[in-house]
Design a protein around this ligand. Structure first.
Ligand code: BES
Ligand code: MN
Ligand code: MN
Length: 462
């Protein structure tokens, strides 16, 4: 497939400009103020799929934001690749920390992206990565290089838990029937050492509310005599880890799979510089569970993190007050075999049990999902590996990621097929953060690599 390189080269300006147009649309699923923009983005994706050569494209209504479904079926006896991605993005705030507006894409050069990177919310997660597949399809249909059937399923609620997609998948098993699911919504080690994601963590996300007195109180008149919900909440949260940074919830680790010494030794072979890691984050020391390396802590071990905490007076100056209520949002990243519903229950039970009688505690579960691991001895993985080898000139390393795409476990359960996670982002691309960006090298390399996956997958299947 020599001509994929030249096709990308010939059309790269347009590929970049089309992505820039898509990135101008603020498709923030979490904020209802942007609901029309989310819907408009679905329309734009539909149009892009039509132009790229799908012979059927539909906007599928759901209880929430629509799913864009597209397909090009060339021969029912050939394999079918199902591409999944999401057109929604995270909120942009804190907006003041962006060096350029989040929905006004600009290209800037950086140390890790000497060829330039597009700065915009969603550039890497996931519009840029999703759009690589649309352009790869364009190449394959335009040049007669599409070797099999392809289906696209692009959703608009990934960043808020994919509940409408779960609804859709359960009702459309036949429509979505496939031989492999292909997703670019993860990362790789570096631009010189590609990796294929072989694991995702699960997630349980809860919100807690601690109520003390029935109203805010003068902290002099009442301080010391009634429970301060913020003091209590922080104490309760602090008790959730012990001195080894082990999570103290009874039963939390019961189903956690321990990797063998060989598996851990294999993992440790992936190139990683602790010095560079600390430098990039401007920290003197890393922090985490005793007995595990940084890469183990952020992939094969479960975690518990406060994502937000609030209550009391946070305005200018000082106000002497004991707040009536304190709140926190807490996420637990889970590893395969831990069941997210079970973990949510264990958390709830434990959190209520450690509350002193002087406060009332409420736990509200948000969303969650199961983790995922995929073996590397299947055709999908091998085809992906060969594709990277061709375009990067190096064999990709299998790597378990710390992030979550909860819908992947559901795909396996409902559609009975394996997911291949061909991510082209870098951890340093600042997804979910201000100044999110996606390297032009990565974007174009992705477009180049994807058609080779199709080619090898079909070859290896016949
Ligand atoms: N694309 C990310 C997940 C990701 C990023 C996995 C990098 C591996 C490497 C996805 O959009 C995401 O942000 N997922 C959420 C979970 C969701 C339920 C909100 C996450 O991981 O926090
Ligand atoms: Mn994503
Ligand atoms: Mn995301």
């Amino acid at each position: 497939m020599e001509n994929i390189k030249s096709y990308v080269n010939q059309h790269k300006e347009r590929f970049i400009n089309e992505l820039i147009e898509l990135l101008k649309m603020p498709s923030i699923s979490a904020d209802s103020a942007y609901s029309q923009d989310v819907l408009n983005t679905a329309d734009a994706v539909k149009e892009a799929l039509e132009k790229a050569g799908c012979n059927k494209v539909e906007i599928c209504d759901t209880p929430g934001y629509p799913i864009v479904y597209g397909e090009k079926i060339i021969d029912s006896t050939l394999p079918t690749v199902l591409v999944y991605g999401h057109y929604d993005v995270q909120p942009a705030d804190p907006i003041e920390l962006w060096e350029s507006p989040p929905f006004d894409p600009v290209i800037k050069k950086t140390e890790l992206h000497p060829d330039g990177a597009i700065y915009a919310r969603g550039s890497c997660d996931d519009k840029g990565q999703m759009y690589m597949h649309v352009k790869a399809l364009e190449y394959m249909t335009q040049t007669g290089n599409l070797p099999c059937n392809v289906k696209f399923m692009i959703e608009g609620e990934e960043e808020i838990g994919s509940s409408s997609l779960a609804w859709f998948v359960k009702r459309n098993q036949e429509k979505l029937a496939n031989d492999v699911i292909l997703i670019s919504d993860t990362g790789m080690i570096s631009n010189t050492q590609p990796s294929i994601t072989t694991g995702l963590r699960g997630l349980s996300y809860v919100e807690v509310e601690v109520t003390g007195p029935n109203r805010d109180l003068h902290s002099g008149l009442y301080g010391g005599a009634v429970a301060n919900p913020i003091n209590i909440l922080t104490k309760m949260i602090a008790s959730l880890h012990d001195e080894n940074n082990h999570i103290t919830i009874p039963g939390f680790y019961d189903k956690v799979e321990d990797l063998t010494a060989e598996e851990r030794a294999e993992m440790a072979k992936a190139p990683f510089s602790l010095e560079a890691y600390k430098k990039a984050l401007n920290i003197n020391q890393v922090y985490g569970e005793t007995g595990y390396t940084t890469n183990e802590r952020n992939s094969i071990r479960p975690t518990l993190d406060v994502n937000g905490i609030w209550g009391g007076y946070t305005g200018e100056g000082a106000k002497t007050v004991i707040a009536s209520k304190a709140y926190a949002k807490i996420s637990m990243r889970l590893v395969p075999n831990q069941d997210w519903n079970e973990i949510t229950e264990l958390f709830t039970k434990h959190f209520l049990s450690i509350a002193p009688p002087s406060v009332k505690v409420k736990v509200t579960p948000h969303h969650g999902g199961q983790g995922y691991v995929t073996p590397i001895d299947n055709v999908g993985y091998k085809a992906a590996s060969k594709a990277y080898e061709d375009t990067f000139g190096v064999t990709p390393i299998p790597q378990r990621s710390g992030g979550s795409i909860p819908i992947v476990a559901l795909f396996e359960k409902e559609l009975k097929s394996k997911t291949i996670l061909m991510g082209f982002g870098l951890d340093s691309d600042a997804i979910h953060s201000p100044n999110e960006h996606f390297g032009l090298f990565n974007y174009l390399k992705g477009i180049e690599t994807i058609p080779l996956f199709y080619k090898y997958f079909v070859e290896m299947n016949s």
